[in-house]
Write a protein that binds this ligand. Structure first.
Ligand code: B12
Ligand code: SAM
Ligand code: SF4
Length: 577
């Protein structure tokens, strides 16, 4: 890497917040820009990752004058980081710095002053950045004539007219290994965008505020990119992340895409994720069947709230009833993982709304039978969105617009009656309620066995492990029980041909469950076993069949089975040969 020379180094850097490695391979912006500039003859590469690693790369390259321009991706989360990087570059290396990304339209004079950035690119970056490269490196053109930029002219902020959007996305070059500063394998999986923009306008959402026109790539172009990727990667852990804001917009197009994906699944199994919109699915439920047919393993839905009042304030175009139905549809179609957020400290937030959200979340999770995960997040006051511009209309007060007191872990808004601290506590309680509920459902057999067993196959790689599996893994008793079934080392009584010949085998050490309460020898998951049950319990070693236990203890078959059935209800025994 040290030998390379770059016309532009593009960076998407975030701190390692909460000890979480930022993996923004799915944020395609800087890599698409690299691909575009490379095709135009410029040497460009992108890196997304931690601030520390990114700065190391930057310094190594800049010290040896191997970079002419630096481009920075800016979102809501890394504004202060970008100010710091800009200053560092300007002070040490004196080369042009260009900033772009979703946050860029919100960056005004103050950002220029604090960072020393040369130019900000607003909205889509490809054509604008190319003109800027020509300007800086070839001395072609003039800043005042370049559409889609903001810069400081005579100490005044100059915002040029917006650039028309690219209409034919198929013409854009694809990201390849050369676009990455670090080897592509680092990013694993394929992130792919089949269209740009979202036609909805949710009150809290950046995309909803800024999208002008939704544009789609052709299905052929998308499938051919996937083919290329599958050809190059022989891993059995392929994960494809469709990063479209909403993939479920056009049923016909989605059908064609899904047919293509299903065709490819016949040759190579891969897992994939997409985002879907509740109302579009509710109106055209066949889209869920298509997704499932094509092997979609995870879908994100914009759930957000459990009341009509809040959903309508968000302009979500859907109702709690629609959300409920769509979760059922996804579950029944066989999409194994469904994900959605509930937003706290959002529209009309109050104790009452919170309680209603909790009731709704519980109802949804129960109905999902092991498929739905709910994330409890707090409202991010993204700049320029209706909610951030007019929080009073939504009954909230934004305390920290600049995002300096939170790393996604503390609410930035509050209400007249609820402080940020109270809302944070509510978030914790809500999350805990969900965790407990999921474990309780697993314990109470509310998740079909077949579904639980299906989680094991995806458990050996990060993207395959859903939250349900993670919860299962937290309770050893449940985990060891299902693992024995999954490995084929044990069966449930209902699967055994002749129960008398089957050998009950406990999956947990018995001593951990001993109880010295009067009259009770063991307690498993709240179920008490009497002293008189003890002999039968100790014999669940797999060494004796049920028939032999009956003979050994001299108890009736019915009595032995009564104890064994109770143990099985506690996920404590399986039946072996
Ligand atoms: C994929 C995605 C994710 C994935 C990321 C997967 C991964 N592991 O990498 C997941 C689902 C995990 C995710 C999560 C979140 N996301 Co997200 N995500 C996206 C999404 C849908 C696509 C990103 C993308 O590739 N876009 C396609 C490229 C082409 O667009 P682009 O990045 O904007 O780049 C273009 C221009 O901006 C410009 N440009 C970009 N960079 C640069 C740099 C330079 C130098 C220049 C000149 C130009 C330039 O040119 C590019 C090409 O035209 C965007 C929405 C969107 N449509 O962009 C949201 C988006 C980035 N996410 C957003 C948010 C808020 C979140 C969450 C906070 C949501 C939540 N509450 O949980 C989380 C937080 C993520 C985190 N920090 O951990 C916001 C950010 C808003 C903002 N102002 O910063 C967006 C815009 C969506 C929204 N709500 O409006 N996200
Ligand atoms: C792309 S959307 C989900 C799928 C689909 N586009 C939809 O909305 O139906 C991504 C999710 O990010 C979350 N999100 C976006 N902007 C947010 C904000 N300002 N504050 C909190 N959460 C936000 C919301 O939960 C939203 O559903
Ligand atoms: S939340 Fe989803 S549907 Fe709403 S505007 Fe954003 S991307 Fe579109």
């Amino acid at each position: 890497m040290q030998e390379m020379y770059l016309d532009i180094l593009l960076l998407n850097l975030h701190r390692r917040y909460l000890d979480y490695e930022p993996r923004f391979g799915g944020f395609l912006g800087i890599f698409l820009l690299s691909a575009f500039l490379r095709k135009e003859g410029y040497e460009a590469k992108g890196f997304s990752g931690t601030l520390t690693r990114g700065l190391k790369h930057l310094d190594e390259l800049c010290k040896e004058e191997k970079v002419s321009i630096v481009g920075l991706y800016c979102d809501y989360e890394n504004v202060t980081e970008n100010i710091m990087i800009c200053r560092h570059i300007k002070e040490k290396y004196h080369i042009p710095v260009i900033v772009g990304g979703p946050q860029s339209t919100a960056l005004k004079e103050e950002f220029f002053k604090e960072s020393g950035v040369d130019v900000i690119i607003r909205y889509e970056g490809e054509l604008t950045l190319l003109e800027l490269m020509n300007f800086y490196l070839e001395d072609i053109g003039n800043l005042s004539e370049i559409l889609g930029i903001a810069y400081i002219d005579n100490e005044c902020l100059q915002i040029n007219a917006d650039r028309p959007l690219i209409t034919n996305l198929d013409k854009l070059p694809r990201i390849n290994e050369d676009c990455y500063l670090e080897p592509e394998s680092f990013y694993r999986g394929l992130s792919i965008m089949t269209g740009r923009g979202c036609p909805f306008s949710c009150a809290f959402c950046h995309e909803g505020t800024h999208t002008r026109t939704v544009r789609f790539r052709s299905v052929e172009s998308v499938l051919s990119e996937i083919d290329d990727y599958l050809e190059k990667n022989d891993s059995d852990k392929i994960y494809i992340l469709f990063t479209d804001d909403t993939l479920t917009l056009q049923p016909k197009r989605l059908h064609a895409l899904c047919l293509g994906l299903a065709e490819r699944q016949k040759k190579r199994k891969f897992r994939w994720f997409c985002e879907g919109h509740v109302h579009t699915i509710y109106q055209r439920p066949e889209m869920v069947k298509d997704l499932a047919m094509a092997g979609c393993t995870r879908i994100q839905l914009g759930i957000e709230a459990g009341t009509e009042k809040v959903l309508s304030a968000y302009n979500k175009h859907c109702t709690p009833k629609e959300i409920f139905t769509v979760v059922q549809l996804c579950r029944d179609a066989g999409i194994p993982q469904i994900y959605g957020n509930i937003i706290l400290a959002g529209a009309y937030f109050s104790k009452k709304i919170y309680e209603e959200d909790r009731i709704f979340a519980e109802k949804l999770i129960r109905e999902s039978q092991g498929t739905l995960e709910i994330g409890v997040v707090s409202f991010w006051p993204l700049p320029e969105t209706p909610m951030t511009l007019h929080p009073e209309k939504y009954g909230i007060k934004i305390q920290d617009k600049e995002f300096v007191t939170s790393i996604g872990d503390f609410p930035q808004a509050q209400t007249n009656k609820l402080s940020r601290l109270e809302i944070a506590k509510m978030q914790f309680d809500f999350e805990k309620m969900i965790d407990d509920l999921m474990i309780d459902m697993l314990d109470k057999w509310e998740v079909p066995t077949e579904r639980v067993l299906s989680w094991f196959a995806g458990a050996n790689f990060r993207e395959g492990r859903g939250l349900w599996y993670m919860h299962l893994a937290k309770v050893e008793r449940l985990y060891t029980y299902y693992e024995m079934l999954y490995l084929g080392e044990g069966k449930q009584s209902s699967q055994v041909d002749n129960i008398e010949d089957a050998h009950p085998l406990r999956t947990q050490p018995l001593y951990r469950y001993t109880s010295l309460d009067e009259g009770y020898a063991f307690e498993i998951a709240g179920v008490k076993f009497r002293n008189e049950d003890m002999e039968i319990m100790t014999l669940t070693t797999g060494k004796l069949s049920v028939k032999e236990i009956v003979l050994y203890t001299g108890e009736t078959f019915e009595k032995v089975m009564e104890i064994l059935n109770r143990l099985e209800r506690c996920h404590f025994i399986v039946y072996t040969i």
